[in-house]
Design a protein around this ligand. Structure first.
Ligand code: KIV
Ligand code: NA
Length: 265
């Protein structure tokens, strides 16, 4: 199998080929997504929400992210695996950031890490990249800073924030990032940023001018029926399908329809 590398993604951008990315947190789903032809699997700290049931991504720990990454990597033959460094694993200083990135690579077999922020994390990114670890950036709505923003609404609609985002994107490219996630920003801003960079942008709620797209697996598979932002396309309604399947199972057990004569020894 031809493996997807950070270099593959740079070539895809240069060739105008769009990059597909999806989150995964365990072996079984990672294996399905890898075989289905996804380019990049993100072990997102959205695990804090969709796997652990926390309200934000703030509580998930480095050890917990390492566990999810180990599970995902066992399911991969071909995809590039990116693992989020969680809140607290890199913000303090670049020594801590580098140590967290090294732990992630050494203990999981993941291929790269992602962290949130612009110029303020550029020095840490430079050191991590210099250590041989590919880094993906993340700008716009950065959920680890949710208590600073106060809301999950669209970012960088105002001129000042848009200008900062453009500077941040260039700073991340200059620091050595191989790609940047743009989350929940106006499509026209994402277009300008994407055209200003030679590294690919991967959008979520950032329009079709990005060089690729990412969705959280639970969102695009319709597992949570209470999350319906404008940017989300639901490819399945698993919440409904799973509910119906489990209700049927309960019914069959109670009525002794299951197991039947062919389903026993
Ligand atoms: O944690 C996550 O799922 C992410 C994506 C939304 C980009 O960072
Ligand atoms: Na994340």
């Amino acid at each position: 199998v031809k493996k997807v590398t950070t270099n593959t993604l740079l070539k895809m951008k240069a060739a105008g080929e769009k990059i597909s990315m999806i989150t995964a947190y365990d072996y079984s789903f990672a294996r399905i997504f890898d075989a289905a032809g996804i380019d990049v699997i993100l072990v997102g700290d959205s695990a804090s929400n969709v796997m652990a049931g926390h309200e934000t991504t703030v509580p998930i720990t480095l050890d917990q992210m390492i566990y999810h990454a180990q599970c995902v990597v066992r399911g991969i033959d071909r995809c590039l695996v990116v693992v989020d460094l969680p809140f607290g694993a890199y913000q303090s200083n670049s020594d801590i950031a580098l140590a967290s990135a090294i732990r992630m690579m050494k203990e999981t077999g993941g291929h790269s890490i992602k962290l949130e922020g612009g110029e303020e994390v550029a020095d840490s990114i430079r050191r991590i990249v210099n250590a041989g670890i590919p880094v993906m950036g993340h700008l716009g709505l950065t959920p680890q800073s949710i208590y600073k923003f106060g809301t999950y609404t669209v970012r960088a609609k105002e001129e000042a924030e848009a200008e900062k985002l453009k500077r941040d994107a260039l700073a991340l490219q200059e620091a050595g990032c191989f790609a940047i996630v743009l989350e929940k920003i106006p499509a026209q801003l994402a277009k300008v940023v994407s055209e200003s960079l030679h590294i690919p942008t991967i959008g979520i709620g950032a329009g079709h001018f990005c060089d690729g797209q990412v969705l959280v697996m639970h969102d695009m598979l319709g597992i949570n029926n209470e999350f319906n932002p404008r940017f989300l396309r639901k490819y399945l309604n698993l919440h409904e399908q799973i509910t119906q399947a489990v209700q049927q199972y309960v019914k069959d057990v109670r009525s002794v329809d299951f197991p039947n004569d062919q389903e026993q020894y």
